[in-house]
Design a binder for this molecule. Structure first.
Ligand SMILES: NC(=O)c1ccc[n+]([C@@H]2O[C@H](COP(=O)([O-])OP(=O)(O)OC[C@H]3O[C@@H](n4cnc5c(N)ncnc54)[C@H](O)[C@@H]3O)[C@@H](O)[C@H]2O)c1
Length: 274
């Protein structure tokens, strides 16, 4: 779907995704759910993919209850064949794919010297190979179409060497470089490839620091942790999933037609690389 000259569009038109088709991985909760919801609210039909199928189904229910269009698909992004099938399914349903959001990720906490080969492989498989497979599957379709927007989730951890986060941050650095490389490779085909590197966002991923031994979240511990993490940014506030969803909406929308190879950093000013 080609984008007209922006000078011909009103502000609502520049952010309108009516008739567009999007797929979001890790759409069952947190940032992925917010992105799927906002893309649907802007008019896109959204494929909600997650390794936990019930949660993706819940996201679909929320979107349809709000008047949007969505479908769910179970997928483990480490499985290349399954990721290819996810994209093929979107194209079979709608005839095209306009937006691919490679959002699914996991996190483990361990110092470099304590990191097991198993953890290294697992985090790299989900956080880098999963994004790589999503880029390949969507990129092939979009190159053929001559249009599309791929959005990869990196992390603020790409800018700050953080003790205990080596597997996660190394995978995210690789995601940033994949994004920039693919942006150059697909630019002649009018396919845009960008990344978002969020600062600290209040999502289930970060509740791991406030979990009791039985797995439930301790609200007091969580509040303490949120307050502590908020101080990390000059703005002194925590991020919310919609801070990232609106960044994704911009990158998906006609408004960003000249934007590719960018790593956006919605992070309250935590890092400001030139
Ligand atoms: N929350 C933050 O502070 C933060 C900061 C920077 C970057 N990010 C990135 O934003 C993205 C979303 O983070 P979040 O905080 O919402 O995480 P989350 O853990 O709350 O949600 C991640 C979702 O991905 C799904 N998922 C995990 N492994 C999968 C797999 N193999 N296949 C398919 N789905 C899988 C999970 O089931 C879950 O629904 C991730 O890429 C994360 O690295 C988050």
């Amino acid at each position: 779907m080609t984008t007209p000259q922006l000078s011909a569009l009103s502000v609502p038109q520049a952010f309108d995704l009516s008739g567009r088709v999007a797929v979001v991985t890790g759409a069952g909760r947190g940032i992925g759910r917010a992105i799927a919801s906002r893309l649907a609210e802007a008019g896109a039909s959204v494929g909600c993919a997650d390794v936990v199928p019930d949660t993706a189904e819940e996201t679909v229910d929320l979107i349809t209850a709000a008047g949007g269009t969505a479908w769910s698909q179970p997928v483990d992004v480490t499985d290349r064949v399954a990721v290819d099938a996810l994209v093929a399914d979107a194209v079979a349903r709608h005839g095209h794919l306009d937006v691919m959001v490679n959002n699914a990720a996991i996190i483990t906490d361990s110092l470099v010297l304590d990191t097991s080969e198993e953890d290294l492989d697992r985090v790299m498989a989900v956080n880098f190979k999963g994004v790589f497979f999503g880029c390949q599957a969507a990129g092939r379709v979009m190159k053929e179409q001559g249009s599309g927007s791929i959005i990869n989730l990196a992390s603020g951890a790409i800018d700050i060497p953080t003790p205990g986060l080596i597997t996660y941050s190394a995978a995210k650095v690789a995601v940033a470089q994949l994004t920039r490389t693919l942006a150059v490779e697909l630019a002649p085909f009018m396919v845009r490839v960008n990344a978002i590197a969020p600062g600290w966002i209040d999502t289930p991923m970060n509740e791991r620091h406030a979990r009791r031994p039985d797995g439930s979240v301790d609200p007091e511990k969580k509040a303490e942790y949120v307050a502590q993490r908020s101080k990390v940014s000059p703005m002194g506030i925590p991020g919310e999933p919609d801070d990232i969803a609106f960044a994704a909406l911009y990158l998906a929308a006609p408004a960003a037609k000249f934007v590719t190879g960018v790593v956006m950093r919605p992070n309250g000013g935590s890092t400001m690389p030139i």
